[in-house]
Design a protein around this ligand. Structure first.
Ligand SMILES: Cc1cc2nc3c(=O)[nH]c(=O)nc-3n(C[C@H](O)[C@H](O)[C@H](O)COP(=O)(O)OP(=O)(O)OC[C@H]3O[C@@H](n4cnc5c(N)ncnc54)[C@H](O)[C@@H]3O)c2cc1C
Length: 438
């Protein structure tokens, strides 16, 4: 079936032939005649699951639960299952997936392929760390079982391989006991970005949720003010109810807002209002859905940037250089005076390898209107990032060039070489792999 597909940030769209297999027979009989792209929820910021002239294989009908072992703390499911469904099953049984990105429509396959992070990556690591084994299908290789012990190289390439090694059919992952039936969340005020670093450092070991919101739409002495969101799972009777209705995030329909309601003129007032409304005094009790998936009721936000959309620029600044970097970053933002729509910081602790958004440092996630002014700021930021050993998250930023990514990721060519050795015909592609010249 022909469909128009769009990236969530609005920067890329194309017509594609979309196939949704729902039987193993249909999936396993796919041949290697045409280039393919694998799609899960299809809600990534950038066009990572379509484009490049590929036929899109959407995995959403492969969404069955295959096994649950509370003693060992594992769950096995088909890759098209959404985090929302998986979470609903696990929460009833007192468990959770310890690493979950912020939206319930994201699928298990999408989490593995982009090796995503959750609400406190410093403590919980990345999604790939939870995966015990997975089943991969590639028309030229057939079905393969992958784990650290069996086909370890390919396992390594597939977790964080952006769907380029083939279709993840199912996976078994580690789960953790849930610490409560709701979440106690405190917003701790911070004066600026340096203060945010200090607060995140203090709290990084002790909280289930830990990230910040900062106001980077003003350029006075209050630039970067905001709050740290610190949350812990607790038990309360009765547990607070979750949202009655979960609005669907459907980037492929395009922006519902004809005008860009979020733009450089409105942003300073919008972020000031948001700051006032959210800095709240005491702790609040949040239901599990809103705590685990904070973006669940913010569907409108993504289209409020209008037709041109927005750019998400997420970077990881190494710990050893973060204060020097911060000085240069703030000077650059002040010089360009381009209001930033969303700025959020998290801490990570890990080792950067292949194309994984991993390492030990502080992650900045920034949303900017997709306009010439903000793009000029980001181009200069790319150059600064490359000087400081900063990496940019490939699944988020649709404007990042192959040259910049190659410069930032020391193992970029290693990834390309290993992928080419496994699949010389390079059957799986996407707009992302094309832009990255992979
Ligand atoms: C509102 C929102 C909040 C987010 N929050 C976070 C966050 O907190 N942390 C974070 O790290 N990320 C976050 N993300 C990014 C998101 O986690 C990733 O983009 C994720 O990959 C999207 O999953 P999806 O199921 O929509 O996959 P898609 O967009 O369909 O695909 C993403 C990638 O995974 C591959 N893929 C999908 N399914 C399979 C499969 N079965 N087999 C092989 N490859 C497959 C695709 O080819 C593609 O490369 C967020 C995204 C949104 C929209």
């Amino acid at each position: 079936m022909k469909r128009r597909l769009r990236s969530l940030d609005g920067s890329y769209s194309c017509e594609a032939d979309v196939f949704e297999p729902d039987r193993y027979r249909q999936l396993l009989s796919l041949g290697a005649e045409v280039k393919m792209a694998v799609q899960g929820g299809g809600i990534s910021l950038t066009a990572a699951s379509f484009g490049g002239g590929a036929r899109v294989i959407n995995m959403r009908r492969f969404n069955r639960l295959l096994g649950f072992d509370p003693e060992r703390g594992t769950v096995e499911a088909e890759a098209g299952i959404t985090l929302g469904r998986l979470s609903a099953f696990l929460v009833k049984r007192g468990f959770t997936v310890p690493v979950q990105p912020a939206h319930p429509q994201i699928t298990l396959g999408g989490c593995i392929a982009a090796n995503v992070h959750g609400k406190n990556p410093y403590r919980d690591g990345l999604f790939g760390g939870l995966v015990e084994r997975l089943r991969l299908f590639h028309p030229a290789h057939g079905e393969l079982m992958l784990s650290r012990e069996q086909n370890g190289d390919l396992f390594d390439l597939t977790c964080g391989g952006y769907g380029l090694t083939g279709m993840i059919v199912s996976a078994r992952i580690r789960i953790a006991p849930l610490g409560g039936n709701c979440c106690e969340v405190t917003h701790i005020r911070v004066a600026d970005l340096a203060d945010t670093f200090a607060r995140l450092d203090e709290l990084k070991e002790s909280h289930d949720l830990l990230y910040s919101w900062n106001d980077l739409a003003r350029f006075d002495r209050h630039m970067g003010r905001g709050y740290v969101v610190a949350g812990t799972f607790v038990d309360r009777e009765p547990a607070p109810a979750g949202p009655r209705r979960l609005p669907r995030l459907d980037p492929h329909r395009g922006s519902v807002a004809r005008l860009s309601l979020i733009n450089p003129v409105t942003l300073p007032a919008l972020t000031a209002l948001y700051y006032r409304a959210s800095r709240g005094a005491g702790p609040r009790i949040l239901d599990l859905t809103r705590a685990l998936f904070p973006a669940v009721e913010r569907t409108f936000y993504f289209s409020a940037y209008g037709r041109a959309g927005f750019i998400e620029h997420q970077i990881l600044v190494p710990d050893s250089r973060r204060l020097d970097y911060l000085g240069e970053f703030e000077a650059l933002v002040r010089r360009h005076r381009q209001p930033i729509g969303l700025a959020s910081l998290k801490l990570l602790q890990g080792r950067q390898r292949l194309l994984h958004f991993d390492g030990s440092g502080v992650s900045f996630c920034l949303h900017l209107p997709n306009r010439p002014g903000p793009r000029a700021l980001l181009e200069e930021l790319d150059a600064l990032n490359s000087q400081y050993g900063v990496i940019t998250n490939l699944i988020k930023d649709s404007r990042l060039s192959a040259v910049t990514a190659r410069h930032q990721y020391p193992e970029f060519d290693r990834f390309v070489g290993r992928l080419g050795a496994f699949d010389p015909g390079r059957l799986f592609v996407s707009a992302l792999s094309e832009r990255m010249a992979i």
